[in-house]
Design a protein around this ligand. Structure first.
Ligand code: PEP
Length: 251
């Protein structure tokens, strides 16, 4: 069975104290989450060590939201994958549409970042998703398959075990507009088929594919009921422990 995951991307929100309280509230309710559903939280870099202490001994895993494309050295303002591991991270998100859009995250950089994440024992939540205009032009499948092929097709089937894919249509992120369950399922099935064509059916069937984009307690159940949706990457709704847990309980 594929791993089911609900991951919270806190983005650039919360003070350290607020983040610690949020993590504590999530840990306090983690027992309510159905067995087989794993929780991950991705706070800002500055919060990682404090949140790691809260998560210690709990089943909630820690993720970063990005990592540097260099191992170490004179790269002012960057945070290396080794530092994230040192801070207690098990995962890093990579390729989020906000990073692609505002910080020039290219396929080339993402390939390097994924390699560094793996070298340092981190798993990767790799985000893909089309913009509204691309969907309206009917190019959404081409865009997503290109994002997968250009970055993931250089990996081995063994390395793919350390990759979770998050399908996040850009037009649904932070907009309150969620993809319909049918739209999300259609793309998830397409992603799985794309993986199957390159890596074979085993990798395709074993890869966890999350949906992201205005996922909330009121729509999570319908989305998670789809056969190819293995959980969610949650932005706004992950900032409230009750909503985050309610989403995870939607299974
Ligand atoms: C995200 O950016 O990863 C995300 C899913 O955001 P939101 O849930 O706020 O749309």
């Amino acid at each position: 069975m594929r791993k089911k995951i609900v991951a919270g991307n806190w983005k650039m929100n919360t003070s350290i104290a607020e983040g610690v309280e949020l993590a504590k509230a999530i840990v306090a309710k983690v027992n309510e989450v159905p067995q087989g559903v794993s929780l991950i939280v991705a706070p800002p870099f500055t919060h990682l060590t404090s949140v790691a202490k809260v998560l210690e001994g709990s089943p909630v895993a820690l993720s970063a939201q990005n990592c540097a494309d260099q191992p170490k050295g004179a790269f002012t303002g960057e945070v290396a994958a080794s530092m994230l591991k040192d801070a207690g991270c098990a995962y890093t998100i990579l390729g989020h549409s906000e990073r692609r859009e505002y910080y020039g995250e290219t396929a080339e950089k993402l390939i390097t970042k994924i390699a560094l994440a793996f070298e340092n024992g981190l798993k990767v939540i790799y985000c893909v998703g089309e913009k509204l205009a691309e969907r309206e032009e009917g190019n959404h499948f081409d865009v997503v398959s290109e994002q997968i092929a250009s970055v993931l097709f250089g990996l081995t089937p063994e390395q793919m075990k350390k990759v979770v894919i998050a399908y996040e249509p850009v037009w649904a992120i932070g907009t309150g507009v969620t993809a319909t369950a049918a739209q999300a399922q259609e793309m998830h099935a397409f992603i799985r088929e794309t993986l199957g064509t390159h890596f074979g059916e085993k990798v395709a069937q074993e890869t966890t594919i999350l949906y992201g984009g205005s996922c909330k307690p009121s729509n999570a159940q319908e989305l998670f009921a789809c056969p190819d949706i293995d959980g969610g990457l949650i932005g706004g709704a992950s900032l409230k422990a009750d909503d985050f847990i309610a989403i995870a309980k939607s299974y």
